[in-house]
Design a protein. Structure first.
Length: 115
């Protein structure tokens, strides 16, 4: 079945960096849009960045210029490089296929930005 396993989160000071990874299985990774989402306490899950097959990327304006999404198709893996982190980036981060709403969500990885 389709699976997403996220890792790389942690506690970081404002201005710091983290790199998230998402290892996927159960589908042909290279032909799908794959995206990073996040959910902060008390808020709805939101799309942060999307990777299109062939190299295209789309970012939410709140992370544009600070986050970089990338993928290695041969490893079925998605990454999110997060730089200049802000307290408002604190959330659980997930990866998922935007076009496949029936996919189960992974456990996510917690990112906390705090002094």
């Amino acid at each position: 079945q389709v699976q997403f396993v996220e890792s790389g989160g942690g506690l970081v000071h404002p201005g710091g960096s983290l790199r998230l990874s998402c290892v996927t299985s159960g589908f042909l990774f290279k032909v799908y849009n794959i995206a990073w989402y996040r959910q902060a306490p008390g808020r709805a899950r939101e799309l942060v960045a999307n990777s299109v097959p062939g190299g295209g990327t789309i970012y939410d304006e709140s992370v544009e210029g600070r986050f970089t999404i990338s993928r290695i198709d041969s490893a079925n893996t998605l990454y999110l490089q997060m730089d200049n982190l802000k307290p408002e980036d604190t959330a659980v981060y997930y990866c998922h296929r935007p076009t496949e709403s029936k996919d189960a969500w992974g456990q996510g990885t917690q990112v906390t930005v705090s002094t």
